[in-house]
Design a binder for this molecule. Structure first.
Ligand SMILES: *Cc1c(COP(=O)(O)O)cnc(C)c1O
Length: 241
């Protein structure tokens, strides 16, 4: 949307949010839940702070950033009153120290070792950090996350770590040609979410199922997502500089 003026872009964000909020409500109700059972996260990578603040002014209560450095640079410019921030991109252990205490939840925990580092830094800071376990639900070479067949075992190991609270699962679904394929992927995530939750392990409370992005958030909600992460459908196509 680089050809749009700032004012046109503010208007587009408002219009997009109306459409997405209506879609979310409809899908939530179709899946037997209330509209407000599903949270909308605005994914803000590459988006300038003024546009993020505009979305927050229009009711966004949750934002997601991929990179530690980018979040820390923008954070002083953001009006985060009433809005929480999550980290959703791959986190290297050497960056953990910088982000612990700065975000409400780290959604992209993909190894036991990064969970340990988050726990260690959280205990040092006297806090507990909420984490989600990222699942490589399509078993894709190119993606981060636990493979579905090791997830439960790794979840048990992570549950032993002090300073972290496992509050759910997250995935970035593979690109699927067919509606039925993506629905099956999300349904599989939902089953793992329910199964692990049913084990009632100490330190694990499966309350957040974070799945669905601009292209597939409706399908994700129909299969049980309660947090969708939407970027380009709100802010327009990303411009990487
Ligand atoms: C970029 C990103 C999103 C949002 O993607 P859109 O297709 O723009 O909605 C969601 N989750 C993660 C982890 C991302 O990196």
């Amino acid at each position: 949307m680089e050809w749009l003026s700032d004012n046109e872009r503010y208007a587009a964000i408002e219009e997009n949010l109306k459409i997405i909020n209506a879609d979310i409500a409809e899908a939530a109700v179709k899946s037997g839940r209330a509209a407000d059972d599903v949270k909308l996260m605005a994914v803000t990578k590459t988006v300038e702070s003024k546009f993020i603040n505009h979305a927050i002014g229009k009711g966004i209560k949750l934002i997601g950033e991929n990179k530690v450095q980018e979040f820390l640079l923008k954070e002083p410019e953001l009006d985060l009153t009433g809005c929480k921030a999550h980290l959703i991109g791959h986190l290297q252990s050497n960056k953990v120290k910088k982000i612990v205490g700065k975000v409400d939840t780290i959604q992209s925990v993909d190894t036991v070792s990064v969970a340990k580092e988050i726990g260690k830094r959280s205990l040092e800071a006297g806090i507990t950090t909420n984490i989600l376990l990222e699942v490589n639900v399509g078993n894709e070479e190119s993606k981060f996350g636990f493979n579905p067949d090791e997830l439960e075992e790794r979840a048990c190991e992570i549950a032993e770590i002090g300073g972290v609270n496992v509050s759910g699962l997250m995935c970035v679904a593979p690109i699927c040609e067919k509606e039925a394929e993506i629905r099956a992927i999300f349904s599989n995530m939902h089953r793992m979410f329910i199964d692990i939750g049913a084990k009632k392990m100490d330190n694990i409370n499966m309350s957040v199922l974070s799945m669905g992005m601009s292209g597939d958030y409706k399908q994700a909600i129909l299969e049980g997502a309660n947090l969708v992460r939407v970027g380009s459908a709100i802010f327009g196509a990303r411009i990487y500089r």
